[in-house]
Design a protein around this ligand. Structure first.
Ligand code: TYD
Ligand code: MG
Length: 454
Protein backbone atom coordinates (compact mmCIF):
# COMPACT_ATOMS: atom_id res chain seq x y z
CA UNK A 1 0.00 0.00 0.00
CA UNK A 2 1.29 3.45 -0.82
CA UNK A 3 2.34 5.54 2.11
CA UNK A 4 -0.35 8.00 3.19
CA UNK A 5 0.53 11.43 1.90
CA UNK A 6 0.36 14.42 4.17
CA UNK A 7 -0.86 17.84 3.27
CA UNK A 8 -1.09 20.90 5.45
CA UNK A 9 -4.39 22.69 5.71
CA UNK A 10 -5.35 25.94 7.34
CA UNK A 11 -7.72 25.77 10.30
CA UNK A 12 -9.07 29.23 9.48
CA UNK A 13 -9.82 29.17 5.77
CA UNK A 14 -9.23 25.55 4.76
CA UNK A 15 -6.59 26.33 2.12
CA UNK A 16 -4.01 23.60 1.73
CA UNK A 17 -0.28 23.56 1.05
CA UNK A 18 2.06 20.66 0.24
CA UNK A 19 4.64 21.78 2.81
CA UNK A 20 4.39 23.27 6.26
CA UNK A 21 4.65 27.05 6.29
CA UNK A 22 4.39 29.59 9.06
CA UNK A 23 1.84 31.65 7.18
CA UNK A 24 -1.23 30.35 5.40
CA UNK A 25 -0.93 30.97 1.65
CA UNK A 26 -4.70 31.42 1.47
CA UNK A 27 -5.67 33.88 4.16
CA UNK A 28 -2.27 35.05 5.39
CA UNK A 29 -2.90 34.14 9.03
CA UNK A 30 0.10 32.82 10.96
CA UNK A 31 0.48 29.40 12.56
CA UNK A 32 -2.75 27.89 11.32
CA UNK A 33 -1.42 25.11 9.07
CA UNK A 34 -1.88 21.63 10.54
CA UNK A 35 -0.91 18.30 9.10
CA UNK A 36 -3.74 16.24 7.66
CA UNK A 37 -3.86 13.10 5.60
CA UNK A 38 -4.31 13.79 1.90
CA UNK A 39 -7.63 12.30 0.93
CA UNK A 40 -8.43 10.67 -2.34
CA UNK A 41 -11.56 12.33 -3.69
CA UNK A 42 -14.70 10.45 -2.68
CA UNK A 43 -16.43 8.61 -5.51
CA UNK A 44 -19.52 10.78 -5.58
CA UNK A 45 -18.19 14.25 -6.16
CA UNK A 46 -20.26 15.38 -3.25
CA UNK A 47 -18.56 18.67 -2.59
CA UNK A 48 -19.91 20.09 -5.79
CA UNK A 49 -23.39 18.76 -5.32
CA UNK A 50 -24.58 21.10 -2.59
CA UNK A 51 -27.39 22.34 -4.82
CA UNK A 52 -28.82 18.83 -5.05
CA UNK A 53 -28.24 17.84 -8.66
CA UNK A 54 -28.27 19.96 -11.80
CA UNK A 55 -31.37 21.19 -13.54
CA UNK A 56 -32.09 22.57 -16.99
CA UNK A 57 -31.19 26.16 -17.67
CA UNK A 58 -34.00 28.62 -17.00
CA UNK A 59 -34.39 32.35 -17.07
CA UNK A 60 -34.90 33.99 -13.72
CA UNK A 61 -38.35 35.22 -14.72
CA UNK A 62 -39.49 31.64 -15.28
CA UNK A 63 -38.66 30.69 -11.73
CA UNK A 64 -41.36 31.36 -9.27
CA UNK A 65 -39.89 33.57 -6.58
CA UNK A 66 -41.79 33.04 -3.41
CA UNK A 67 -41.02 33.93 0.12
CA UNK A 68 -39.76 30.94 2.02
CA UNK A 69 -42.13 29.66 4.63
CA UNK A 70 -40.70 30.34 8.02
CA UNK A 71 -40.76 27.85 10.79
CA UNK A 72 -40.60 29.88 14.01
CA UNK A 73 -38.73 28.05 16.75
CA UNK A 74 -40.90 29.54 19.47
CA UNK A 75 -37.87 31.24 21.01
CA UNK A 76 -38.37 34.85 19.99
CA UNK A 77 -34.81 36.08 20.25
CA UNK A 78 -33.48 33.10 18.31
CA UNK A 79 -36.06 33.69 15.56
CA UNK A 80 -35.04 37.32 15.39
CA UNK A 81 -31.40 36.39 14.76
CA UNK A 82 -32.51 33.86 12.14
CA UNK A 83 -34.52 36.54 10.35
CA UNK A 84 -37.94 35.27 11.36
CA UNK A 85 -37.46 31.55 11.82
CA UNK A 86 -35.98 28.46 10.21
CA UNK A 87 -36.39 27.80 6.50
CA UNK A 88 -37.07 24.36 5.01
CA UNK A 89 -33.88 22.93 3.52
CA UNK A 90 -31.80 25.70 5.10
CA UNK A 91 -28.53 24.91 6.84
CA UNK A 92 -27.66 26.96 9.91
CA UNK A 93 -24.27 26.98 11.60
CA UNK A 94 -24.32 27.98 15.27
CA UNK A 95 -20.78 28.70 16.42
CA UNK A 96 -19.37 29.76 19.76
CA UNK A 97 -16.94 29.02 22.56
CA UNK A 98 -17.40 25.75 24.43
CA UNK A 99 -19.78 26.13 27.36
CA UNK A 100 -21.49 29.29 26.12
CA UNK A 101 -24.91 27.63 25.75
CA UNK A 102 -25.25 26.25 22.21
CA UNK A 103 -26.56 22.86 23.27
CA UNK A 104 -28.86 24.42 25.85
CA UNK A 105 -30.44 26.79 23.33
CA UNK A 106 -30.96 24.12 20.68
CA UNK A 107 -32.43 21.68 23.16
CA UNK A 108 -34.90 24.35 24.23
CA UNK A 109 -35.70 25.23 20.61
CA UNK A 110 -36.24 21.60 19.59
CA UNK A 111 -38.44 20.94 22.59
CA UNK A 112 -40.65 23.87 21.51
CA UNK A 113 -40.68 22.73 17.90
CA UNK A 114 -41.39 19.12 18.78
CA UNK A 115 -44.88 20.04 19.98
CA UNK A 116 -46.01 20.35 16.35
CA UNK A 117 -43.11 19.23 14.18
CA UNK A 118 -41.04 16.17 13.62
CA UNK A 119 -37.55 16.84 15.05
CA UNK A 120 -34.32 14.95 15.72
CA UNK A 121 -31.44 15.86 17.99
CA UNK A 122 -28.21 14.15 16.97
CA UNK A 123 -25.63 14.30 19.72
CA UNK A 124 -22.03 13.26 19.31
CA UNK A 125 -20.85 14.96 22.47
CA UNK A 126 -23.16 13.96 25.26
CA UNK A 127 -24.88 10.70 26.08
CA UNK A 128 -28.65 10.34 26.04
CA UNK A 129 -28.65 10.34 29.83
CA UNK A 130 -26.80 13.61 30.07
CA UNK A 131 -29.20 15.27 27.65
CA UNK A 132 -32.22 13.82 29.40
CA UNK A 133 -30.91 15.17 32.71
CA UNK A 134 -30.48 18.61 31.22
CA UNK A 135 -33.94 18.55 29.66
CA UNK A 136 -35.44 17.61 33.02
CA UNK A 137 -33.58 20.43 34.74
CA UNK A 138 -34.90 22.83 32.13
CA UNK A 139 -38.41 21.43 32.67
CA UNK A 140 -38.86 20.84 28.94
CA UNK A 141 -41.62 18.80 27.41
CA UNK A 142 -39.65 15.96 25.81
CA UNK A 143 -42.40 13.50 24.94
CA UNK A 144 -41.87 14.04 21.23
CA UNK A 145 -38.22 15.08 21.27
CA UNK A 146 -36.26 12.30 19.64
CA UNK A 147 -32.56 11.76 20.15
CA UNK A 148 -29.83 9.93 18.30
CA UNK A 149 -26.43 9.55 19.96
CA UNK A 150 -24.17 8.89 16.99
CA UNK A 151 -21.00 10.21 15.37
CA UNK A 152 -20.84 8.16 12.18
CA UNK A 153 -21.87 10.38 9.29
CA UNK A 154 -23.13 7.57 7.07
CA UNK A 155 -25.42 6.27 9.80
CA UNK A 156 -26.69 9.75 10.54
CA UNK A 157 -27.44 10.39 6.86
CA UNK A 158 -29.27 7.08 6.57
CA UNK A 159 -31.34 7.84 9.67
CA UNK A 160 -32.25 11.30 8.41
CA UNK A 161 -33.26 9.83 5.02
CA UNK A 162 -35.45 7.26 6.70
CA UNK A 163 -36.98 9.46 9.39
CA UNK A 164 -37.31 12.70 7.41
CA UNK A 165 -37.55 15.04 10.40
CA UNK A 166 -38.39 18.65 9.59
CA UNK A 167 -35.59 19.95 11.76
CA UNK A 168 -32.39 18.15 12.74
CA UNK A 169 -29.69 19.42 15.08
CA UNK A 170 -26.14 18.06 14.75
CA UNK A 171 -24.25 18.68 18.00
CA UNK A 172 -21.45 19.08 17.04
CA UNK A 173 -20.02 18.99 13.54
CA UNK A 174 -16.54 18.50 14.99
CA UNK A 175 -17.41 15.13 16.51
CA UNK A 176 -18.69 13.58 13.27
CA UNK A 177 -16.58 11.36 11.08
CA UNK A 178 -17.11 9.87 7.67
CA UNK A 179 -15.90 6.37 6.82
CA UNK A 180 -14.72 7.61 3.46
CA UNK A 181 -11.91 9.63 4.97
CA UNK A 182 -9.05 8.40 7.14
CA UNK A 183 -8.42 11.54 9.13
CA UNK A 184 -9.58 12.02 12.70
CA UNK A 185 -12.92 13.66 13.65
CA UNK A 186 -12.48 17.39 13.92
CA UNK A 187 -9.87 17.64 11.17
CA UNK A 188 -10.49 20.13 8.41
CA UNK A 189 -11.13 17.39 5.86
CA UNK A 190 -13.70 15.60 8.04
CA UNK A 191 -15.52 18.74 9.12
CA UNK A 192 -15.79 19.99 5.56
CA UNK A 193 -16.86 16.65 4.13
CA UNK A 194 -19.48 16.02 6.83
CA UNK A 195 -20.93 19.51 6.45
CA UNK A 196 -21.04 19.20 2.66
CA UNK A 197 -22.87 15.85 2.83
CA UNK A 198 -25.38 17.15 5.36
CA UNK A 199 -25.95 20.27 3.28
CA UNK A 200 -26.61 18.17 0.21
CA UNK A 201 -29.11 16.08 2.12
CA UNK A 202 -30.83 19.21 3.41
CA UNK A 203 -31.22 20.63 -0.11
CA UNK A 204 -32.51 17.34 -1.50
CA UNK A 205 -34.98 16.51 1.23
CA UNK A 206 -35.98 19.90 2.63
CA UNK A 207 -34.81 18.98 6.13
CA UNK A 208 -33.63 22.03 8.05
CA UNK A 209 -30.22 21.23 9.51
CA UNK A 210 -28.64 23.13 12.39
CA UNK A 211 -24.93 22.45 12.83
CA UNK A 212 -23.18 23.25 16.09
CA UNK A 213 -19.53 24.29 15.75
CA UNK A 214 -17.04 25.05 18.48
CA UNK A 215 -14.71 27.93 17.98
CA UNK A 216 -11.32 27.23 19.44
CA UNK A 217 -8.71 29.88 19.90
CA UNK A 218 -5.81 27.46 19.54
CA UNK A 219 -7.16 26.11 16.26
CA UNK A 220 -6.65 22.54 17.49
CA UNK A 221 -9.99 21.65 15.92
CA UNK A 222 -11.04 22.87 12.54
CA UNK A 223 -12.84 26.11 13.18
CA UNK A 224 -16.37 26.66 11.85
CA UNK A 225 -14.72 29.28 9.64
CA UNK A 226 -14.13 26.65 6.96
CA UNK A 227 -17.89 26.02 6.82
CA UNK A 228 -19.10 29.58 6.48
CA UNK A 229 -19.35 29.44 2.70
CA UNK A 230 -21.13 26.06 2.64
CA UNK A 231 -24.05 26.89 4.89
CA UNK A 232 -26.93 29.35 4.42
CA UNK A 233 -26.89 31.05 7.78
CA UNK A 234 -24.04 31.60 10.22
CA UNK A 235 -24.86 32.56 13.78
CA UNK A 236 -22.29 33.20 16.46
CA UNK A 237 -22.83 33.14 20.18
CA UNK A 238 -21.02 35.95 21.95
CA UNK A 239 -20.78 36.89 25.56
CA UNK A 240 -18.61 36.95 28.56
CA UNK A 241 -18.74 33.62 30.37
CA UNK A 242 -18.48 35.58 33.62
CA UNK A 243 -21.70 37.45 32.99
CA UNK A 244 -25.01 35.82 32.30
CA UNK A 245 -25.76 37.75 29.11
CA UNK A 246 -25.42 36.08 25.74
CA UNK A 247 -25.80 37.51 22.25
CA UNK A 248 -26.50 35.60 19.09
CA UNK A 249 -25.34 37.47 16.04
CA UNK A 250 -26.11 36.60 12.42
CA UNK A 251 -22.92 37.14 10.42
CA UNK A 252 -24.26 35.60 7.23
CA UNK A 253 -27.84 34.98 6.27
CA UNK A 254 -29.12 34.02 2.86
CA UNK A 255 -32.66 34.39 4.19
CA UNK A 256 -32.51 37.60 6.17
CA UNK A 257 -30.57 40.56 7.45
CA UNK A 258 -27.12 40.20 8.92
CA UNK A 259 -25.95 41.72 12.14
CA UNK A 260 -29.36 41.16 13.64
CA UNK A 261 -28.88 40.04 17.21
CA UNK A 262 -30.81 37.99 19.72
CA UNK A 263 -30.21 38.65 23.39
CA UNK A 264 -30.44 36.07 26.15
CA UNK A 265 -29.70 35.71 29.82
CA UNK A 266 -28.40 32.36 31.07
CA UNK A 267 -30.41 31.39 34.12
CA UNK A 268 -30.70 28.21 36.15
CA UNK A 269 -33.68 27.40 33.92
CA UNK A 270 -31.68 27.74 30.71
CA UNK A 271 -31.54 30.64 28.29
CA UNK A 272 -34.25 33.26 28.60
CA UNK A 273 -34.82 35.89 25.92
CA UNK A 274 -34.30 39.50 26.96
CA UNK A 275 -36.97 41.53 25.22
CA UNK A 276 -35.73 44.96 26.10
CA UNK A 277 -31.97 44.70 26.17
CA UNK A 278 -30.99 48.27 25.40
CA UNK A 279 -29.85 49.12 28.92
CA UNK A 280 -28.15 45.81 29.57
CA UNK A 281 -24.58 46.86 28.90
CA UNK A 282 -24.54 49.82 31.21
CA UNK A 283 -22.58 49.20 34.35
CA UNK A 284 -24.36 50.55 37.35
CA UNK A 285 -22.09 53.12 38.96
CA UNK A 286 -23.38 54.97 41.99
CA UNK A 287 -21.90 58.17 40.59
CA UNK A 288 -20.17 59.33 37.46
CA UNK A 289 -16.59 58.22 37.09
CA UNK A 290 -13.85 59.53 34.81
CA UNK A 291 -13.15 57.44 31.72
CA UNK A 292 -16.70 56.25 31.21
CA UNK A 293 -18.85 57.23 28.25
CA UNK A 294 -22.20 55.80 27.16
CA UNK A 295 -22.37 54.87 23.50
CA UNK A 296 -25.64 54.40 21.69
CA UNK A 297 -24.85 51.72 19.15
CA UNK A 298 -27.11 50.03 16.63
CA UNK A 299 -27.12 46.28 16.21
CA UNK A 300 -29.25 45.20 13.30
CA UNK A 301 -32.54 46.96 13.83
CA UNK A 302 -32.04 47.51 17.49
CA UNK A 303 -30.34 50.33 19.40
CA UNK A 304 -28.21 49.31 22.37
CA UNK A 305 -26.63 51.47 25.02
CA UNK A 306 -23.15 50.30 25.88
CA UNK A 307 -20.78 51.83 28.36
CA UNK A 308 -17.29 52.39 26.98
CA UNK A 309 -14.59 52.60 29.62
CA UNK A 310 -11.11 53.94 29.13
CA UNK A 311 -8.13 54.00 31.43
CA UNK A 312 -5.24 56.24 30.50
CA UNK A 313 -2.22 55.89 32.74
CA UNK A 314 1.41 56.96 32.79
CA UNK A 315 3.43 54.47 30.78
CA UNK A 316 6.71 52.93 31.83
CA UNK A 317 8.54 51.90 28.71
CA UNK A 318 6.61 51.14 25.57
CA UNK A 319 3.12 52.61 25.83
CA UNK A 320 0.45 49.94 25.58
CA UNK A 321 -2.81 50.14 23.65
CA UNK A 322 -5.31 47.47 24.53
CA UNK A 323 -8.97 47.03 23.65
CA UNK A 324 -11.62 44.58 24.77
CA UNK A 325 -14.62 44.32 22.46
CA UNK A 326 -13.35 47.08 20.16
CA UNK A 327 -10.90 47.26 17.29
CA UNK A 328 -7.31 47.88 18.46
CA UNK A 329 -6.16 49.27 15.12
CA UNK A 330 -8.90 51.84 15.25
CA UNK A 331 -7.82 52.90 18.74
CA UNK A 332 -4.34 53.72 17.40
CA UNK A 333 -5.96 55.78 14.65
CA UNK A 334 -8.19 57.65 17.09
CA UNK A 335 -5.22 58.52 19.31
CA UNK A 336 -3.44 59.99 16.27
CA UNK A 337 -6.52 62.05 15.35
CA UNK A 338 -6.83 63.23 18.95
CA UNK A 339 -3.24 64.44 18.92
CA UNK A 340 -3.24 66.00 15.50
CA UNK A 341 -6.60 67.74 15.60
CA UNK A 342 -7.33 68.37 19.26
CA UNK A 343 -3.74 68.68 20.51
CA UNK A 344 -4.20 66.00 23.17
CA UNK A 345 -1.16 63.75 23.49
CA UNK A 346 -1.13 60.17 24.73
CA UNK A 347 2.22 58.91 23.46
CA UNK A 348 3.64 58.61 26.98
CA UNK A 349 0.47 56.94 28.27
CA UNK A 350 -0.88 53.40 28.36
CA UNK A 351 -4.41 53.37 26.96
CA UNK A 352 -6.90 50.61 27.76
CA UNK A 353 -10.44 50.64 26.36
CA UNK A 354 -13.22 48.23 27.20
CA UNK A 355 -16.82 47.74 26.06
CA UNK A 356 -18.74 46.68 29.18
CA UNK A 357 -20.48 43.30 29.37
CA UNK A 358 -18.45 41.33 26.83
CA UNK A 359 -20.26 42.84 23.85
CA UNK A 360 -18.27 43.24 20.64
CA UNK A 361 -18.67 46.50 18.78
CA UNK A 362 -17.67 46.65 15.15
CA UNK A 363 -19.34 49.83 13.92
CA UNK A 364 -17.28 52.98 13.36
CA UNK A 365 -20.00 55.04 15.05
CA UNK A 366 -18.35 54.01 18.32
CA UNK A 367 -15.33 56.26 17.58
CA UNK A 368 -16.52 59.43 19.27
CA UNK A 369 -17.46 57.60 22.47
CA UNK A 370 -14.05 55.90 22.61
CA UNK A 371 -12.35 59.22 22.03
CA UNK A 372 -14.29 61.07 24.71
CA UNK A 373 -13.81 58.31 27.27
CA UNK A 374 -10.05 58.61 26.68
CA UNK A 375 -10.15 62.39 27.10
CA UNK A 376 -12.19 61.97 30.27
CA UNK A 377 -9.76 59.49 31.76
CA UNK A 378 -6.72 61.53 30.80
CA UNK A 379 -8.14 64.69 32.37
CA UNK A 380 -9.51 62.69 35.28
CA UNK A 381 -12.86 64.40 34.85
CA UNK A 382 -16.14 62.54 34.56
CA UNK A 383 -18.35 63.25 31.56
CA UNK A 384 -21.64 65.01 32.29
CA UNK A 385 -24.37 62.82 33.68
CA UNK A 386 -27.05 61.32 31.45
CA UNK A 387 -25.03 61.92 28.28
CA UNK A 388 -24.95 59.59 25.30
CA UNK A 389 -22.54 59.79 22.38
CA UNK A 390 -22.23 58.34 18.90
CA UNK A 391 -20.46 59.28 15.66
CA UNK A 392 -17.66 58.18 13.41
CA UNK A 393 -14.34 60.04 13.45
CA UNK A 394 -12.43 60.58 10.20
CA UNK A 395 -8.70 61.03 9.73
CA UNK A 396 -9.20 64.69 8.92
CA UNK A 397 -10.78 65.18 12.33
CA UNK A 398 -14.30 65.42 10.96
CA UNK A 399 -17.24 63.73 12.65
CA UNK A 400 -19.32 61.67 10.28
CA UNK A 401 -22.93 60.67 10.74
CA UNK A 402 -24.07 57.28 11.97
CA UNK A 403 -26.94 55.37 10.39
CA UNK A 404 -30.36 55.58 12.10
CA UNK A 405 -29.47 58.52 14.30
CA UNK A 406 -33.11 59.29 15.16
CA UNK A 407 -33.75 55.82 16.50
CA UNK A 408 -30.67 55.96 18.66
CA UNK A 409 -31.74 59.29 20.13
CA UNK A 410 -35.25 58.04 20.82
CA UNK A 411 -33.97 54.95 22.58
CA UNK A 412 -31.63 57.04 24.72
CA UNK A 413 -34.46 59.41 25.63
CA UNK A 414 -36.63 56.46 26.54
CA UNK A 415 -33.99 55.22 28.96
CA UNK A 416 -33.76 58.58 30.69
CA UNK A 417 -30.73 60.14 29.02
CA UNK A 418 -31.08 63.89 28.73
CA UNK A 419 -28.16 64.96 26.53
CA UNK A 420 -26.63 63.63 23.34
CA UNK A 421 -23.34 64.64 21.74
CA UNK A 422 -23.70 63.60 18.12
CA UNK A 423 -22.59 64.42 14.55
CA UNK A 424 -24.08 67.58 13.04
CA UNK A 425 -25.48 65.54 10.16
CA UNK A 426 -27.48 63.39 12.57
CA UNK A 427 -29.20 66.39 14.17
CA UNK A 428 -32.93 65.70 14.07
CA UNK A 429 -35.15 68.20 12.23
CA UNK A 430 -37.66 68.19 15.05
CA UNK A 431 -36.59 68.13 18.66
CA UNK A 432 -36.97 64.80 20.44
CA UNK A 433 -38.77 65.14 23.74
CA UNK A 434 -36.57 64.81 26.80
CA UNK A 435 -33.20 64.94 25.11
CA UNK A 436 -31.03 67.96 24.37
CA UNK A 437 -28.91 67.52 21.24
CA UNK A 438 -25.41 68.92 21.02
CA UNK A 439 -24.33 68.59 17.39
CA UNK A 440 -20.65 68.82 16.43
CA UNK A 441 -18.71 68.78 13.17
CA UNK A 442 -15.15 68.24 14.34
CA UNK A 443 -13.16 66.47 17.03
CA UNK A 444 -11.75 69.66 18.55
CA UNK A 445 -15.28 71.06 18.70
CA UNK A 446 -16.50 67.95 20.53
CA UNK A 447 -13.73 68.30 23.12
CA UNK A 448 -14.48 72.03 23.55
CA UNK A 449 -18.21 71.50 23.94
CA UNK A 450 -17.50 68.88 26.57
CA UNK A 451 -15.54 71.40 28.58
CA UNK A 452 -18.50 73.80 28.55
CA UNK A 453 -20.90 71.18 29.79
CA UNK A 454 -20.62 70.06 33.34
P1 TYD B 1 -23.95 24.26 26.97
O1 TYD B 1 -25.25 24.47 26.30
O2 TYD B 1 -23.59 22.87 27.34
O3 TYD B 1 -22.76 24.88 26.13
P2 TYD B 1 -22.17 24.46 24.70
O4 TYD B 1 -23.07 23.46 24.10
O5 TYD B 1 -22.12 25.78 23.97
O6 TYD B 1 -20.79 23.95 24.95
O7 TYD B 1 -23.96 25.20 28.22
C1 TYD B 1 -23.27 24.87 29.34
C2 TYD B 1 -23.17 26.00 30.33
O8 TYD B 1 -24.39 26.62 30.59
C3 TYD B 1 -22.66 25.42 31.59
O9 TYD B 1 -21.51 26.14 31.97
C4 TYD B 1 -23.76 25.57 32.56
C5 TYD B 1 -24.64 26.64 31.99
N1 TYD B 1 -26.07 26.38 32.22
C6 TYD B 1 -26.77 27.22 33.05
O10 TYD B 1 -26.23 28.17 33.63
N2 TYD B 1 -28.12 26.99 33.24
C7 TYD B 1 -28.77 25.97 32.66
O11 TYD B 1 -29.99 25.81 32.85
C8 TYD B 1 -28.03 25.12 31.79
C9 TYD B 1 -28.68 23.95 31.11
C10 TYD B 1 -26.68 25.36 31.59
MG1 MG C 1 -22.63 21.44 23.77
Amino acid sequence: MAKAKSIYSCTECGASAPKWQGQCPGCGVWNTLVETVAESAPASNSRFAALGGTARIQTLSEIEAREEDRLPTGIGEFDRALGGGLVAGGVVLLGGDPGIGKSTLLLQALAELSAVHHVLYVSGEESGQQIAMRARRLALDTKRLRLLAEINLEKILATLQAEKPQVAVIDSIQTLWSEELNSAPGSVAQVRECAAQLTRLAKQTGITVILVGHVTKEGALAGPRVLEHIVDTVLYFEGDTHSSFRLIRAVKNRYGAVNEIGVFAMTDKGLKGVNNPSAMFLSQHGQDVPGSCVLCTQEGTRPLLVEIQALVDQSHGNPRRLTVGLDAQRLAMLLAVLHRHAGIVCFDQDVFVNAVGGVKIGEPAADLAVLLSIVSSLKNKALPTKLIVFGEVGLAGEIRPAPRGQERLKEAAKLGFTRALIPEANKPKHAIAGIEVIAVRRVEEAVDRLRELD
